[in-house]
Design a protein around this ligand. Sequence first.
Ligand code: MSP
Length: 514
Amino acid sequence: MPKTFYITTAIDYTNSPPHIGHAYEKVLADVIARYHRLKGEKVFFLTGVDQHGQKVQQSAAKAGLPPSEFVKELTQKFRDRWKTLEVKYDEWAETIAPRHQKVVQGMLQRLFDAGQIYKDKQSGSYSIRQEQFLTDKERGPDGQFGPEWGQVELREEENYYFKLSQHKDWLLRYIDNRKDAVIPDFRQTELRNAIDRISGDLCISRPKSRLDWGIELPFDKDFVTYVWFDALTNYISFAGYDPSLSTFNSQPSTFLEKWPALQIIGKDILIPAHGIYWLIMLYAVGFPDEAMPQLLVHGWLNISGTKMSKSLGNIIDPNTLADKYSAEAVRYYLMSDIATGKDADFSEERLIERYNADLANNLGNLLNRTLNMAHRYREGVVKQTGGDSPLAAQAADLVQSYSAAMSSHEIHAALERIGEFVTTCNAYIEMTAPWKLAKDAQRAEALDHALFVLAEALRVIAILVSPVLPNAAREILYQLNSSGDYTFENVSWGGLPKKHQLGKPVPLFPRIEL
Ligand code: MSP
């Protein structure tokens, strides 16, 4: 069965609008997905929204809307943003979808029947304002619960629990046996340490009297499932998983050909959600070790070192940036300025700087100068003449180092390699000085050679840059009159016909003037 490359992101909470942090994750996944499509692989890219839970219920109440209406509006906002940013997903996950709810309930029922879920009573200090039980961790230095918790009372509540700690040894073994379960390495080490500290089971329900905006437990209609069993399950429910089939291998082929996924998540939801709960949930319903998803953990985008938050009023809307500078300027900034796995500070100045230096000055100039010279000296017709060009060997090296970087999800490194090659090509123009060659009839062949290799270099660059800048890539190929289907197969040097009419030059990356 041909394997599909399956990539997912976290699903975003629909309790507030999308911001640039959410956008970073979606663009990163989109670029990886496009790279795999470019290589000719079949790709399934899933992203979406997390619509249930306490926070959503509270935000909806504040807005005076029923939760279903409230999430509808926000869900549309997320979809609109991703469309603007050219995030091209294959399937959209919404946790209110009936097909998703069916899978969540099917999984819960199976775990309940297998004795993996039990009912228990919890009693202790309960914050009415925050609607949660408090532990000693929440006490201040004076041993009291601070004012942020509001009125705190003693309460007793029954809930359902999933036998998490029973699977701790399996998870340790799995993580120790698979060195790339989590990328980057240091996150795997963090996870390993956290697994050591697992104690106790996972509370998976809330009584409906407290929270009703959720998925009802199939074995007790007075409860809904709380947060993780609902949200995490999206990764398999929208890929065609059938919870009524007990063994992994008996799953439908449409699911088996996709799974396991490469899952992109932020550092805040590795521990305990994805690294512990999710892997153990999968194991408990019968997924073998080799069917565990790989977790690619990215850092956080901050504003001047602090967290973006509604209360600080420092939320950056990706749409505002896209309107101001273009969607591709935003994509390029996010992918070139942030090293995968590391935190970064968002900076509009950096966005402008990078765009002007790398796109307007370097790549844009290379395209414009090459096409202008070809039109001025040769009416836009380039011809293959002479022997090998040093640019050919460098392009081959570039394809190698680019592929290595892209395959290890180091998009910023791949863009850096492309940038170096563009700089080399601009230096080649200075060195060969076509304007001088054009004045000397004896050097006609040298001029043809230079123009041809520059056009060919641009063709290669356009293909390589296409996962990050899909529109710009299409436009470069259009101006080279080399459009049509392009894949990684025709990235190697020599793709232009021996005699070729180029298109008209149109400035592609106008400088951003402040
Ligand atoms: N709904 C949960 C995830 C459930 S996945 C089964 C959630 N939602 S979230 O909206 O808070 O975050 C969604 C994703 O966006 C997470 O991967 C999170 O790390 C990422 N980011 C949220 N803020 C971010 C930044 N400021 N910077 C980078 N990524 C950020 O968690």
